[in-house]
Design a protein around this ligand. Sequence first.
Ligand code: NAP
Length: 523
Amino acid sequence: MALALSSTVAPRFLPMRLPKVCLALSGDTVEDMLATAESMAQDNPFIEFRLDYLKQPLAALPKIHRFLETHQYVTAIGTCRRADNGGKFKGSLASQLDVLTKAHAAGCQIVDLELQSAVKSKPEAIARLRSRAGLILSFHDFRATRNLDETLEKMLKIPADFYKVVSTATTLSDNVAMMKFLQTQSGSHALIGLCMGEQGIMSRVLSVRAGSAFTFGAVDANAGLKTAPGQVSARDLRGIYRIEQVDAATRIYGVAGDPIEHSLSPVIMNAALRRENVNGVYLPLHVKTLKSLIHCVREIPLHGLSITMPYKQAILPYLDNTDAHTTKIGACNTVVRGQDGKLYGFNTDIAGVVRPLEQRLSIENAKVLVLGAGGAARAAVFGLKERGAEVWILNRTAVKAQKLARQAKARTIKRADLRKIAFDVIVNATPVGMGNTRDCPLKDEEIQARVVFDMVYDPVETHLLQVARAKGISVIPGIEMFVQQAARQFEIWTGKPAPAGDMLRVVTIALQDRAAAQKQQKS
Ligand code: NAP
């Protein structure tokens, strides 16, 4: 059947310019695969068919052929990776080559053959395959990023149209190695390069900027539909990271933390960059060591960082200078790499506390109760004192509250005495209420103020805010702080006013989507 197919097919030529993102498509059955291809092809006209995921790849090819005949705008790669090399195909080498030859006959303009199979094949067989289809010669290192130049040297002995070198990032520094490799070698050879793994996400977005012909995107990175670890969805590569616009002039920013997977910062910051027409991209950076982060800042280079848990204090020794807020609070959440290459630290959590409150009342002389004495509470206490508020601190560990009160010239208060003061504002700077719990840092009858501000932002409406709202108290959800501290970061990095309204809208939608997805998972 496949032979008959090859004789009737008009050749589908490789377009001169390939899109920057290739959708990596897997599936248990060809019907599943094609249903996904059908629904996504309009936005993703470049598709890799992972034929090795199918039980009978040869039998599937006529259906793929029909799909490609009716979707002439699609450029297709046929891949049938062997199990030994990280794929699922368990047949012989000859049958692997047969599948790829017939994949071309079915309309795949490009086929991917891994180096290990190529070196075991007769050169004539590879030449025959390449005389028909564009050939990607690929190599995957599932353990590390090492010997990239030597690997390419070995690969170059086999003539191919693209050389694909994929490694695994075990530290952020591995992205630097991949970028340098692409920058130095892509002038002479058509390369595809990236690092797998959560720490390699940076390379998936930036490799095209460094010289990779294209990168790979997953169908849905959250639904187990990845074909490689750390893969980002094709939709996010285009929609959030605007990969089609990433070029040599693009400034790179990121959020550094551990864990980082659930950070909403990339969604909000990339939306702001797009809205304000800033040629920049903002990435999640899963930091295992600050040394590797600083290596990236210097070498990629990264122009700005949001610093989150657990590095807000640990980053301080790496900075050349810090603003007064960072020094007072003893924690930094924003880094800028100056034109002189020096690293400057800021703390924008103060703006995150003060700005939403200023919109509701005059802070000067306001009586404020701050719950907690950690990093976020410190930003609230110092920020509010700076604006002339009277501040009382209540913390689970009393000595920490006393220490902060001494430093900031604020007061402490015992829980039993809360009723003695008519507070204008209550700020929750503890994590109590985080997650979909019914937990609340205060009893219902203790919640008495004109404004209640909960720094917790997931869920958007905490129990504390529900009770306050029911009492007719004005409420400030934690997402306002999240947006305002991010807005201030945006201003520090770009010198432009931040589109705070848009940022709030984007983060609200993202949190709603997340809550809906969690609900769906539970049901
Ligand atoms: P942190 O430095 O770890 O401090 C946590 C504080 O909460 C400490 O004072 C701790 O008391 C207290 N605490 C922890 N668990 C408690 C419990 N079960 N009952 C009573 N008190 C408890 O954390 P952080 O960085 O300040 O963050 C605090 C909260 O603010 C987190 O929920 C964080 O997500 C949120 N936050 C939000 C934003 C935003 O943009 N919306 C920004 C920063 C922080 P002890 O001293 O007794 O340990």
